[in-house]
Design a protein around this ligand. Structure first.
Ligand SMILES: *[C@@H]1O[C@H](CO)[C@@H](O)[C@H](O)[C@H]1NC(C)=O
Ligand SMILES: *[C@@H]1O[C@H](CO)[C@@H](O)[C@H](O)[C@H]1NC(C)=O
Ligand SMILES: *[C@@H]1O[C@H](CO)[C@@H](O)[C@H](O)[C@H]1NC(C)=O
Ligand SMILES: *[C@@H]1O[C@H](CO)[C@@H](O)[C@H](O)[C@H]1NC(C)=O
Length: 197
């Protein structure tokens, strides 16, 4: 399914705050992906496999960040293979990453948690109500409501507050080791990271 937001749609949605064009968010059609793959790995990856070497997986840290395709965490943050569990969702919100954080810390033995949100984030431009509306408009109220009522999208209005809120969530969670946590903003314009908390 193609739930990708094209740049023009994002721009249109950004101009129309608070989210007055919900249809821009979810396309009406669910076109078959047959013959329209956008990723190179759908062709046999035998070439890449030639140089492939299996590696150890001993994560020492967890990185929670946004699913935004402009962020390539391994490149941008110098992550060595096998050392970090990178958890991604829309916005890079901790609330959506908790099950994986618990697995990483308790089963895999990681400790440190690094939260990275970023400038020009879509989840800064939308509201939870706007996304709920978009889903209701697309699928109909009766079908969508039982789900939208219980899904928090964790949109936010301030990079600073989203980072502080997420670090507080980590510190308040009784099952999370928050000895070593930090919150950073990644600037998608100049590629620089700035620590907020
Ligand atoms: C869905 O709910 C919204 C908000 O309550 C309402 O404005 C809209 O008319 C409803 N749509 C349908 C098709 O019932
Ligand atoms: C950032 O957020 C924290 C907590 O939400 C607040 O105490 C602080 O004043 C904020 N800083 C700025 C520069 O807005
Ligand atoms: C919590 O994390 C710190 C490092 O961030 C580590 O030294 C400590 O052993 C961890 N505690 C537990 C109970 O895993
Ligand atoms: C991001 O980087 C651009 C270019 O350096 C700068 O103009 C902008 O103020 C930065 N944004 C933030 C939030 O620091």
């Amino acid at each position: 399914m193609r739930f990708l937001l094209s740049a023009p749609l994002l721009a249109a949605a950004a101009l129309a705050l608070p989210f007055s064009a919900p249809r821009a968010l979810v396309p009406r059609e669910h076109p078959s992906l047959e013959g329209t793959h956008t990723l190179p790995f759908v062709t046999p990856n035998t070439e890449a496999a030639h140089t492939f070497a299996p590696m150890d997986h001993e994560p020492t840290a967890i990185l929670v960040t946004c699913m935004d395709g402009r962020i390539l965490p391994e490149e941008a943050f110098g992550i060595k293979a096998g050392t970090v569990n990178v958890l991604r969702n829309a916005g890079g919100r901790v609330a959506g990453a908790i099950p994986s954080i618990l697995v990483s810390q308790v089963a895999l033995g990681s400790h440190e948690i690094i939260v990275v949100h970023h400038t020009d984030c879509g989840m800064h431009k939308y509201t939870d109500a706007g996304i709920h509306e978009a889903l209701e408009s697309h699928y109909g109220n009766d079908t969508a409501r039982p789900y939208t009522d219980s899904i928090a999208f964790n949109t936010f209005t301030s990079l600073n507050h989203s980072l502080h809120d997420d670090i507080r969530l980590l510190r308040d969670h009784p099952l999370i080791n928050s000895t070593q946590v930090s919150g950073w903003a990644y600037n998608v314009t100049d590629g620089l990271l700035q620590r907020y908390v």
